[in-house]
Design a protein around this ligand. Sequence first.
Ligand SMILES: [Zn+2]
Length: 513
Amino acid sequence: MSRRPRIAAAAAAAVLFAAVGAVLVLTTPWNPLPGDVPGGRVKADPALDFSPAEIARSRAFDSAVTPPAYAGLLTGLVLILVLGLTPLGSRFIAWTTARVRRWPLRVTVAAVALTTLLRLAGLPFDLWSESVLRRYGLSTQSRPEWLLDQLKSLAVTWVIYTIALLLLYALMRRFPRYWWAGAAAAGSVLVIAVSFLYPVAVEPVFNTFHKLPQGRLRSDLLAMAERDGVPVKDVLVADASRRTTSLNAYVSGFGSTRRIVLYDTLLKSPPARIESIVGHELGHAKRNDVLWGTLVGAMGVAGAVCLLYLLLTSPRLLRRAGVPLAAPDGPPNSAGSPPDGPPPAEPPSAGATAARKARGTGAADPRSLALLLALVAAGTQIGTPVQNLVSRRIEARADAHALDLTRDPSTFIAMQHELSVRNISDLNPDALEYLLWMTHPAGPDRIAMARNWSGIHGVAVFIAAPSASGVERPPSTGTAVIAVFIAAPLASGLGGPPSAGTAVIAASLRTRP
Ligand SMILES: [Zn+2]
């Protein structure tokens, strides 16, 4: 009899994932720069624009920061998979919640305990990454400041996870067979809510923002947005310099919360370069990339919830995870180990007890939480390469937009060069790095695109040859600090880009240059 909800959930998952696939295939700019380049397209070549010293520095930084990134990713994944797919996780939860009676409190304690454990496991690798960043001058934070940031991101994680999990377990208890339908809808709403609220509720936790003061730059940027036909509420400056020396800007929020945010580190760059970056951000705004990302994320999360239901109600997986099973037809099987929870406060009738027990067994038992997080981590990791692939194309389209808007490929190339050098970006990522980390095309890819743009539009590029002189001061990766907050407990990959657990939600939140 429990086949019907499973068939319905499987059908819903298939429809939702097919819809996500169709939207991605149809709306991703697979060819972000259409047009014929006289003489053929040029390919990315770091040696064209970067000095041997810059290339050597990028290599050295990459090999210093890659080990902690991979080690942290792997450790986070292995830990959560071991906890979720063996009885260890459910025992850990039973132990941490042994003195807790009410289920909402048990879910809360379990969520906080598990996310904290995962975060602690990732901490050594983050410290390792952070020390590399500091050695290369990318991080400007003292260790206590850095630790405070970690604590804040953990607190944000607790809040988001606890709210989401309380909703989920309430639905599981109330509707053991059809909770996935409500949870899919609630998950979608949560993705959209977080995307809207992120700029106003979460960003201020990490940075202080002030309006870009009246002046030439501000009026030029707003005029450019106007010319572009993109409504921008405000241009803000984030005090990123107290954390990092890297350059960045992004558009966050949409509708009435949309604003362009510049890192204060960027303000020292020549205005034309800032316009080049803001042109890129306007490209995101014009195409509503954040809104689309949010909607696709919402559908993806809904599909994932349906899939989660199928897996979480699998007796084999539950048994493997050491979670007591519910009997197939309602009341729990008395042969299975009883929930660890304390007995009801007052002795109710036998029927009421059975009903109450049935509500908290199987997937609805808070001890299933480790299994749940393991499935989410695995799903997220599987989805990451696809997200990155699509993201890189969308970023390339925003680059093409910046070029169309400024018609200044020389400045664009100079800015990309500055970005890559200051952020010590990987100039030559390997295939695995593209799959796992690269949300943006590499600097030389972006520069090659500018050359191709200039070929298509007949606008000459004037570039000084790469200087053989000293290396500029550094950085990049620090930017991941904030974006990864949702994923924080699952892994750590300051090494560049997002990390193992980068939740579906996080990916849809913001876009960077
Ligand atoms: Zn971008």
